[in-house]
Design a protein around this ligand. Sequence first.
Ligand SMILES: [Zn+2]
Length: 307
Amino acid sequence: MCVTGASVPLAKLSVRMATSMQLDDVATRRADLHEDYERAAQGLPPRAVVRREDLPAAAAATLGAIRDTLARLWQKVRWERRHFETLWRLAIDAVPLPGNSHMPLARREPCGCGQHGHGGAAVETHAAAAPTPRQHHFWDCAVAKAVVAQINAHNPGPAPISQAQLWLVQAPPGFQQCVWDVVVMAALAATEHGRVRLRGMTRAAAALGIQTAAAAAPEAAVAGAAEAEPDLDEIPPTQLTPPQPGVNPVELACARAVADFWSRLMQFAQLGVPQKGWDGVDATHPILAVVNGEMLCAMPQAMELEA
Ligand SMILES: [Zn+2]
């Protein structure tokens, strides 16, 4: 972004100017992506549909806070950075989900839960109205719901937690913010863990199906093989294991996500009570409590599996 609008002769373009122009671009792009995230979290229309100045003033006033929230988490939460990654990626739509803001042209992948990306061409023409990949995988999907259900099982408040409370790290009634910070990062990271596992199982099952179809329809098999090609960045080949017979891959992915959620929280509890900011957390606090100077993590709730 060139602020003056006038072009700078190349000979006069210093490294410092070029760097600052690029950083401006990056900052603007990130602010736009953060705004999209905040809108999505609250169910507001995206920037491309309703401009910020056309939003109701109260809604517009909520936008822009996520940047400070992320900065606060980065500074205040003493925890390994690997637990932060999913939230940071999610806030700029950079979890590698085909069809997201960074891969708009990539063909969307059906989710193994069967509720997203299915239905063929007729549905794809209405793709604009369909939930975004981020919306599906981090709120609507059975895997995300299994993790949220764990939080709700310990939620002392009258209402289930909202998408905005989760995505924007806004502590619901009954939760201290310092605990909620950790719960949110654990929940989103665990949801991503479950998503990747479900994708691995779905792709492995598809690859097995392709082997049998290959003899009958070579062209289809080639197309299918390209589709089923594992994303090496994301899934090590050893994890591309088909589900065992009799095991529902969605239930397995939900269980993996739930286990991952609690293992992150238990690991955090083992670090001990942070020196600052935890005075308001007592023995009755949900999920993470402080008892006699020690941090205790609640127990996982039995999962209700759909028949
Ligand atoms: Zn799903």
